[in-house]
Design a protein around this ligand. Structure first.
Ligand SMILES: [Zn+2]
Length: 249
């Protein structure tokens, strides 16, 4: 895109944000790639690369977790529990700033990396959960990220005082999304008048159905993603370069 055209379109995006009543963001793995967390579904992402002979889809499946929790925790030691080594990207930072200004009303994210909260965003809905909280599969006792992370980093498979296996509140493959959260999400998508999709190719359902719901109820859709998405034809504005757009907001 020629730079004047891009500048004009970014101007339009700013205008849309300023005049919106209830702007929301919907984010995916692409925005965390900028932070050094590899995009699960990107071309060079770990998603496509077996890790110790297992696909990430397998490692993140409930069946595999129950059978071999040590496999998940060894993988997660590398990708989830060393959060201090990853820093929010310009996208996380810009979205946090828009919320601080009262323009952005909330973020729905497919990411499990907690980087929005680290960037200072307050109203973050994690549709695939995260490791910010854990539960014992036997007694239901809760443990925080801060309690569990050092144990995982010490190569421990965390167990509860009752002896039960501890599982992060991530929605694994084979598990359903949190119904209450999903219901709330669909209701809010019907109310939003501006939805910015950032770093998601909108292929993982049912989470990816949320932007379509917003479109159905008349919201303006803005998509920022380096790959084509399923909803490109509905976008009022369509950008490719995340860093370029969000560094100018
Ligand atoms: Zn327990």
């Amino acid at each position: 895109m020629p730079s004047e055209e891009l500048t004009a379109q970014i101007g339009q995006l700013k205008q849309l944000l300023q005049t919106s009543r209830h702007a929301l963001a919907f984010t995916g793995a692409g925005i965390s790639t900028l932070s050094g967390i590899r995009d699960f579904r990107g071309r060079n992402g770990v998603y496509l690369q077996p890790w110790r002979g297992h696909s990430v889809e397998e490692i993140l499946s409930l069946r595999c977790f129950m059978a071999q929790p040590e496999l998940f925790y060894a993988w997660a030691k590398e990708f989830i529990y060393r959060l201090e080594e990853f820093h929010p990207s310009v996208v996380h930072t810009a979205l946090a700033e828009l919320e601080r200004q009262g323009i952005l009303k909330g973020i729905y994210t497919q990411n499990i990396d907690m980087l929005h909260q680290r960037a200072g965003s307050r109203r973050v809905k994690e549709v695939h959960g995260s490791a910010s909280m854990h539960h014992c599969l036997r007694c239901g006792r809760e443990s925080s990220y801060a309690e569990i992370a050092p144990r995982v980093m010490a190569d421990e498979v965390p167990h509860c005082v009752c002896g039960g296996l501890v599982k992060p509140d991530i929605v694994f493959y084979g598990e359903n999304l949190n119904e209450e959260l999903l219901e709330e999400a669909f209701a809010e998508m019907q109310r939003t008048d501006l939805l910015i999709v950032a770093g998601s190719s909108l292929t993982v359902h049912p989470a990816a159905d949320l932007p379509l719901e917003a479109v159905r109820y008349g919201a303006k859709l803005v998509i920022v993603n380096d790959q084509p998405t399923a909803l490109d034809r509905y976008a009022a504005l369509r950008f490719r370069d995340l860093a370029e757009v969000f560094s100018q907001l």
